[in-house]
Design a protein around this ligand. Structure first.
Ligand code: ADP
Ligand code: MG
Length: 715
């Protein structure tokens, strides 16, 4: 016993040298660590697809065929000469190999590893190609297939499923090839399988029709067949997602029970006056969200809720009505926005909504004068101000409330954790106000369940009626002339135009240069006095930034050249065109955010995605998705599938706080939902997991695999 914990070095076939390599490359120290690395794919060696039967939308397939020809292409599709001794490798950008299997021909394409693949894929030889078929120019191909020599006829391996383990160049060079890895896993399993003890309680295994851990371990590495593999993988994914959710939900339970909520049972005068005089009716989604919020406010527990809604979905309305519930119950509310401009805009809107209510409202920002500031401070202290709107000026220490009951935070990712924590401490009695965090960054449900697993999430998934979708097109940057003439036409109709440059790293000189060059070019094509152009970027002082921003917001400038500082919230209804330069460098979710800056007025509005004409086909396909849909959630889902959840824009979690060994947040959304439901049921019956039958759960949670940073304070 105890082999699982023993050093990998002592596994037969390893030794000190390979042990060091396994540790450096895959972090493997013990035999148990090795067994915790699962194949990421399985090859069914028995199944070869005839080329004639390949469908473009097929999943991964295996082709076996003879190489007919190989051609190297240069940057603009020119053929690179290969007839001399010295092939100019630097000029080769793409290798195209034609394969034939008796039923048809197919092209294999390589952009990387060109030299190596060229040298081994010699015409006349036979190889097995594994990959996902695609289509280019009406022809079937496979991009970057995996290439293997065919197995000898009648080989033992050719029957079943063979796992493919993660590998690296260094591992291969050190002799740990895919085959060796399989052998090691097999030896480890033979040694340790009986040691694996069940990690899920019996009743959960039974109720969810899961297989045992030992069965799963055996079959995830060496599946008996497709069916056994599915059972094994389902069990392991479920377990992982279940413990993740159990851990989050338990944290949430502890938080909400440690924080008695300020009671707000009434919906009163203020709410009704505002609601009754709205010129529109709330959308179904707004009504649903209001119900969810009100249920929280009267629940006796502190609310900690994330409200997601696309730009223009009417979150401000929800914030105001929630604030009025607080006021109706004798509390104050604050609404905090990340920038001066946004706070001003919120204030202007909110004041309109509040006019029929008689509730006193004020604006507090960095540029509030001393005199006003003193009045506001005293109004907050004596309780005469019911709702305060502002920037982080609101959380300064000298701002004291008489009875703060609700804090609404717009665009939470712009605020630091410390700033948010300060809001929590604005009450003298140590109770935390209810917290509503709003974001226009659509986060796919599966990711929200994880990142904000201990927050409650509400979604406004419906735009107010009559809103026109933004028309989106893509255009290469060697056709800028067309973009400029379109801009001129729109400006002549009295509209305004945003031109946005990527400034991914605000410190990067090159990006800043691009912005400034772009600005100069715009000035050249849009000269005074006919056109007025303003520019904002993160390096400007707040004063300059606000000045230029207001020039545009108030219609004194036709064009605003900027970096993504305008990404969030700013409302200029007359701006109907959003031009995004080097759009291939942005994430889709970020493009969607930017696009949301237009289409807020009655006019038809446009988004033009300008891309570097050298942009790859794949990257262009990404941009095309923007033209097809205006649905932020769909875009976020796609973005996550294409880029992986760690890269999702706007969530600002650079990399997820947790590592999953087998489940994928992007692909296993349905199972995540199931696992969460089971976790909820378990905790409902036994919130502190004290029941005997839940003993294993507590034991597993103690291992701390999914202990995250303190997300309960994310707001
Ligand atoms: P968000 O903050 O979600 O981007 P806003 O709250 O700024 O959206 O709302 C955008 C616009 O839609 C505002 O002008 C607002 O008055 C209007 N609006 C909000 N709710 C509705 C509704 N139910 N019907 C019609 N218009 C609405
Ligand atoms: Mg808003």
């Amino acid at each position: 016993m105890g082999e699982l914990a023993s050093s990998i070095q002592y596994l037969s076939g390893v030794g000190p040298k390979r042990a060091a390599l396994l540790k450096a490359e895959l972090g493997i120290e013990t035999i148990g660590d090795l067994l915790a690395i699962y194949p990421f794919r399985y090859i069914d060696r028995s199944r070869i697809c005839p080329i004639a039967e390949v469908a473009v939308d097929a999943a991964f397939i295996q082709i076996k065929g003879k190489i007919i020809s190989r051609t190297l292409y240069g940057p603009q599709g020119s053929v690179v000469k290969t007839d001399s001794d010295k092939i100019p490798w630097n000029a080769a950008k793409r290798l195209s190999v034609i394969v034939e299997d008796g039923s048809g021909q197919m092209e294999m394409v390589f952009f990387k590893g060109i030299r190596w693949n060229y040298s081994r894929l010699v015409p006349g030889s036979v190889f097995v190609f594994f990959g996902k078929p695609s289509e280019f120019g009406g022809r079937l191909n496979m991009v970057h297939p995996e290439v293997d020599a065919p197995l000898p006829e009648g080989s033992l391996l050719s029957g079943g499923l063979t796992g493919v383990y993660p590998s690296t160049e260094k591992l291969k060079n050190g002799g740990i090839t895919g085959k060796v890895m399989c052998k090691l896993e097999s030896a480890a399993l033979a040694l340790c399988l009986p040691e694996f003890q069940e990690t899920l309680p019996d009743y959960i295994i039974r109720e969810n029709a899961l297989c045992s851990l030992q069965y799963a371990m055996k079959n995830i590495h060496f599946p008996a067949d497709q069916y056994a593999l599915q059972k094994a993988s389902r069990r392991l994914k479920f377990e992982e997602l279940f413990y993740l959710q159990l851990s989050l939900l338990k944290q949430k339970y502890i938080r909400s029970h440690g924080n008695p909520g300020l009671p707000m049972p009434h919906v009163g005068k203020g709410f009704n006056a505002c609601y009754g005089s709205l010129p529109f009716s709330l959308t179904g989604a707004q009504k649903r969200v209001m119900k969810e919020i009100h249920a929280d406010l009267k629940s006796g527990h502190q609310m900690n809720r994330l409200l997601q809604g696309d730009v223009g979905s009417g979150k401000t309305m929800v914030a105001v009505l929630s604030a009025l519930i607080a006021v109706d119950n004798g509390y104050q509310a604050c609404i905090m926005a990340p920038t001066e401009v946004l706070s001003q805009q919120h204030y202007a809107n909110i004041r309109r909504y509040l006019a029929p209510t008689g509730v006193r409202c004020a604006l507090l920002t960095g540029s509030t004068t001393q005199k006003e500031r003193r009045e506001i401070h005293s109004g907050l202290r004596d309780g005469s101000i019911g709702i305060i709107v502002g920037t982080h000026a609101l959380i300064e220490n000298n701002v004291l409330f008489r009875n703060l009951g609700l804090a609404v935070i717009d665009e939470q990712h712009r605020f630091g954790v410390d700033q948010r924590a300060k809001l929590w401490n604005k009450r003298a009695d140590g109770c935390s106000p209810h917290v509503l965090v709003m974001t226009a960054t659509p986060i796919p449900r599966t990711l929200a369940m994880t990142l904000y697993g201990d927050l409650d999430v509400s979604v406004i998934d419906e735009l107010p009626p009559g809103r026109k979708p933004v028309k989106t097109t893509t255009i290469p940057d060697n056709r800028k002339g067309a973009v400029y003439s379109f801009m001129r036409k729109q400006i002549s109709l009295g509209r305004q135009v945003f031109v946005v440059y990527p400034l991914i790293f605000e410190s990067e000189k090159m990006d800043l240069n691009n912005l400034e060059l772009g600005y100069e070019e715009i000035l050249k094509y849009f000269p005074l006095p006919d056109y007025k152009v303003a520019m904002v970027h993160g390096r400007q002082t707040n004063e300059v930034k606000n000045f230029n921003m207001s020039a545009f917001a108030e219609g004194r400038a036709d064009i605003l050249v900027s970096t993504t500082v305008i990404e969030v919230g700013v409302d200029v209804p007359n701006a109907s065109v959003m031009v995004i330069e080097s759009s291939q460098r942005f994430g889709l979710s970020q493009l969607h955010q930017l696009r949301g800056r237009v289409g807020r007025g009655a006019e038809e509005s446009y988004c033009v995605l300008v891309y570097d004409y050298k942009t790859s086909k794949e990257a262009r396909a990404r941009l095309e998705l923007m033209c097809r849909t205006n649905d932020g959630f769909e875009i976020a889902e796609e973005d996550m599938k294409m880029r992986g959840p760690g890269d999702l824009e706007g969530t600002q979690q650079s990399g997820l706080p947790i590592k999953l060994a087998i489940a994928s947040l992007a692909r296993d959304g349905i199972m995540l939902g199931e696992a969460r439901a089971v976790a909820e049921k378990v905790l409902e019956a036994d919130p502190l997991l004290e029941d005997r039958r839940n003993y294993l759960l507590t034991k597993e949670l103690r291992k701390g695999k999914f202990d995250m940073k303190d997300y309960s304070k994310i707001s």
